[in-house]
Write a protein that binds this ligand. Structure first.
Ligand code: TSB
Ligand code: ZN
Length: 583
């Protein structure tokens, strides 16, 4: 899908369309004042003060009509450069523009763009004439706080998009529609995967039975993988004392992302935002020799983070989350190999889930920023080079982000694109030189001397929450057999004659551990089969006289119209194989 921000012409076109919209709004609401109207990935928006008016769908239509009229009129868009004083004079009745102008330095050139009766302060660039903004659509509107601050006034924001032709616009809108259909919040509701309730709180989803099945399968899946790679799993409390987080440094560096502390007797507790401190203590529980390393401590660990209420989103961005976390304690010499194993595991998992659209981002330090980064140039250079080497050896595609590393070390993240909204990070692997020092962790090396281990923080799924959100959108709610909440739907052709056989097959399958449903409602076969498809059940078993007489099974696979008849054994083999192959 086209990204309006990344293409020079589309960016110009969309920004010009934002001006066109502002002009139309001004015609309808002469007292309207405008704040900012940037281009975004999806198109554009403009924030405006309509003097207390709250927009409706009808307003959007009216504005759209007026825009068409102005565009047809075809006025040229003219740039004019003025001084700061001139600008202050020109916009003296507009507090929003004054606010913007005041941010300009003395002597800096300020530009304005005019089209017909409308002038706006703007850096540009713009297209030549409003005529070019012909193929647009106003997408939605919402309230938005002035400068994004909830203490400020609520402005009206209208979103829209503009493309060079009607065909491109309708194709784009179709794609937007498709994305909305894939939105995990919509599918989550339809398929009863998760819910929210105001009594529990924003960003605190409840996993319903269907969602819980998927989560449990994901847990089992990654647990088995990690077990084979030598991980040791633990359970630790989802609270810690303030002192624990003072020791780790989170209290000083991460406090704004944490829930406030609570007093219990004479101890101060916080809900944990991360599990690293607990795992440091697990390591420290006994002395270690170099022969014990690497030690890999894993946990499916619940964390709480403060996320702005406007930012929380379904399962993707939550305030209560469960990380697929692990901390690997390694010697300096082991960094490369362990890091490589983590990257391999990520690639392996993504292949199992058929995830193809992702980007590796290698976040490095900014060498000149001595403030932000832990000061040990040799350590940094060494580590950064090792990470690069691993990625090059494995021939994975990645991009480097200078200045994006954490204070304590470089990291590798996997970025994915949700159906709606900005990109998010799924997997992460972060090198850390600092935390082991803060917790005074040591091991005895081969010369009998004390050394400090290096820590790798890694989460393959990221959180089960975010991964599930992404997975729902990837598969569009059509889960593979091994993950599907209901795997098999058994339908007797005629309840009167075939229900008993259907029950027998149902019991057999359930007993073998399959998640199976028996549809014994008094409905027509064709109706029940259609419903089975609507519910996206991977395998529908249809049992009638023929099957009963020969002790066989007929089934249909989701997405196919073909009915296949096989023996019981063959059917069970088929199921087993499909689940093993995860397809
Ligand atoms: C990997 N200490 C490390 C850990 O050892 C850590 O906490 N890293 S993190 O901050 O990057 O979080 C791990 C993963 O959690 C992220 O990669 C992301 O996939 C996921 N995550 C972060 N914030 C949220 C959130 N608000 N909702 C859902 N998932 C989140
Ligand atoms: Zn960690």
């Amino acid at each position: 899908m086209e990204n309006m921000k990344e293409n020079e012409y589309l960016s110009k076109l969309n920004h010009s369309c934002a001006h066109l919209m502002a002009q139309a709004v001004k015609h309808i609401y002469p007292n309207a004042l405008f704040w900012v109207g940037p281009v975004i990935e999806e198109g554009f928006y403009y924030d405006m003060d309509l003097g207390g008016v709250t927009l409706t769908e009808e307003d959007l239509e009216k504005i759209s009509k007026e825009m068409k009229k102005i565009s047809k009129d075809g006025k040229r868009i003219i740039r004019e450069e003025i001084s700061k004083e001139e600008a202050l004079e020109k916009f003296k009745n507009d507090p929003y523009k004054i606010d913007l102008i005041e941010n300009f330095k003395e002597g800096e050139v300020i530009s304005c763009y005019s089209q017909g009766d409308f002038t706006d302060l703007c850096r540009g660039p713009h297209v030549e004439s409003v005529k070019e903004c012909k193929h647009f659509k106003l997408l939605k509107f919402s309230g938005s706080y002035y400068k994004g601050d909830p203490k400020n006034k609520v402005l009206q924001r209208i979103y829209g998009v503009c493309l060079p032709s009607e065909e491109e616009l309708s194709q784009y809108l179709e794609e937007l529609e498709d994305r909305k259909l894939r939105d995990h919040r919509k599918i989550g509701k339809e398929q009863e995967l998760f819910m929210n309730h105001e009594l529990v709180g924003a960003g605190m989803p409840l996993w319903l039975p269907n969602g819980a099945i998927i989560r449990k399968e994901l847990e089992n899946y990654i647990y088995e993988k990690e077990k084979k790679l030598g991980y040791l799993h633990v359970y630790t409390p989802c609270v810690g004392t303030v002192n624990l987080y003072k020791t780790s440094g989170h209290w000083d560096h991460y406090k704004e992302n944490m829930f406030p502390k609570m007093q219990v007797d004479d101890e101060e507790f916080v809900l944990r935002p991360m599990n690293c401190p607990h795992h440091m203590l697990v390591y420290k529980n006994k002395p270690h020799s170099y022969r014990d390393l690497p030690i890999r401590i894993g946990e499916f660990a619940t964390d709480f983070r403060y996320e702005a209420s406007g930012a929380v989103k379904g399962l993707e961005r939550v305030r209560c989350m469960c990380q697929n976390d692990a901390h690997l304690f390694v010697t300096k010499e082991q960094i490369k190999e362990e890091f490589q194993k983590v990257v391999r595991l990520i690639l392996d998992v993504y292949q199992d889930f058929g995830i193809k659209n992702y980007k590796f981002r290698l976040s490095l330090r900014d060498k000149n920023d001595k403030e932000k980064y832990f000061d040990d140039d040799e350590m940094w250079d060494n580590a950064e080079n090792k990470l690069r080497e691993v990625l090059n050896d494995l021939k994975v595609d990645y991009f480097e982000a200078i200045g994006e590393a954490a204070f304590y070390g470089p990291k590798l993240d996997v970025e994915v694109k949700p159906a709606v909204g900005p990109d998010v990070t799924l997997s992460t692997c972060q090198l850390d030189f600092l935390l082991p020092r803060r917790f005074d962790l040591t091991y005895i090396d081969s010369n009998g001397e004390k050394q400090v281990p290096v820590v790798l923080h890694r989460a393959i799924f990221g959180t089960f929450d975010r991964f599930t959100a992404f997975l729902i959108e990837e598969v569009k709610g059509i889960f593979p057999l091994w993950l599907s909440p209901t795997q098999i739907n058994v339908i007797p052709v005629n309840n009167e004659y075939h229900l008993e056989y259907a029950k027998e097959i149902f019991d057999l399958l359930q007993d073998l551990g399959y998640r199976v449903k028996l549809d014994s409602r008094e409905e027509k076969l064709s109706y029940k089969m259609r419903e089975s498809v609507i519910q996206k059940i991977p395998v529908t078993v249809i049992l009638g006289q023929k099957e009963m007489d020969s002790s066989s099974i007929s089934y249909r696979v989701y997405g196919s119209e073909e009915t296949i008849t096989v023996s019981k054994e063959e059917f069970l083999n088929y199921l087993k194989e499909r689940i093993e192959k995860k397809n």
